[in-house]
Design a binder for this molecule. Structure first.
Ligand code: BTN
Length: 263
């Protein structure tokens, strides 16, 4: 069971994890992070974690199922000094840190589905929701929310998403220590974030390429009110997905949901 004490020292980096704030139950760790970030002068690196969320949010307006006692739901506050146009690549880069942490901690071969879904054997086991506050064209606060299905049993998952959802314990066939995995994710985040701040975005994009399961595949991308089908050719510097359409031209999608199509 998570306790305030057991989490306080799970990872204390130069930037990430200088303070870890635990709640048994809150609406969403992203909301709590903004609330705390607004009150604190220097909030970069603070981690807010909850055992359960009553209104966990996913990408594209979806909800994120957040039962107690089994998974990881946490948000890291960042104030990157990066130009705003570079911020869109950040969730992809964070997915590199999460996948590396899962691989190191469990030995499971987790992969990334564009843009930042964490998959095991084609099923979702984690996701990232980055939200931001800005003023006068400048980002004042970034909340990087990470959800990882760690020890969630299949019967805790609503039936409609059960075929597409899994957890690390289901895949590994053994329980996974949540606090140990959290420490590993924060350590990888610190490493990755420092590389980004040092200007080596290219190395991280290359690493994303090495860990992703989307590029080179035939895909359908649902974006806003339409679906684009074609071959996923690569990503651009802002993390957009470049799709080669059947007629040969290219289209770049900035946000959407990918389904793999079988030939
Ligand atoms: C996705 O849809 O793939 C993103 C899921 C992100 C879920 C996490 S759980 C912690 C944080 N708080 C939220 O309400 N959402 C994110």
């Amino acid at each position: 069971m998570f306790t305030k004490k057991s989490l306080e020292n799970v990872f204390n980096g130069d930037i990430i994890g200088k303070e870890i704030i635990f709640f048994d139950s809150i609406s969403s760790t992203n909301d709590k992070a903004f609330e705390i970030g607004r009150k604190r002068g220097n909030s970069e690196g603070i981690v807010i974690i909850a055992d359960t969320q009553t209104k966990g949010r996913g990408r594209l307006g979806r909800s994120w199922i957040s039962p107690p006692g089994v998974n990881l739901y946490f948000t890291i506050l960042l104030k990157p000094t990066l130009p705003q146009e570079e911020i869109s690549i950040l969730p992809l880069i964070i997915s590199v840190a999460v996948v590396n942490a899962v691989r190191n901690n469990t030995g499971l071969k987790a992969a990334i589905k564009w843009p930042n879904d964490i998959l095991m054997n084609g099923r979702k086991t984690g996701g990232i929701l980055m939200e931001m506050k800005s003023a006068g064209g400048k980002i004042t606060l970034l909340a990087v929310g990470i959800g990882i299905n760690v020890n969630m049993h299949e019967d805790m998952v609503p039936e409609d998403i059960r075929p597409f959802t899994t957890s690390l314990s289901v895949e590994a066939d053994r329980p996974v220590d949540r606090a140990g995995l959290l420490g590993e994710v924060l350590a990888e985040m610190e490493k990755t974030y420092k590389i980004l701040l040092n200007g080596d975005k290219r190395a991280l994009i290359n690493e994303w390429h090495g860990l992703n399961s989307t590029i080179g595949k035939k895909v359908a991308v649902r974006c806003q009110d339409r679906v684009i089908s074609g071959i996923a050719e690569g990503i651009n510097d802002r993390g957009g997905l470049i799709v080669r359409l059947p007629e040969g031209e290219f289209e770049t999608v900035n946000a959407g949901d990918v389904t793999m199509l079988h030939n």
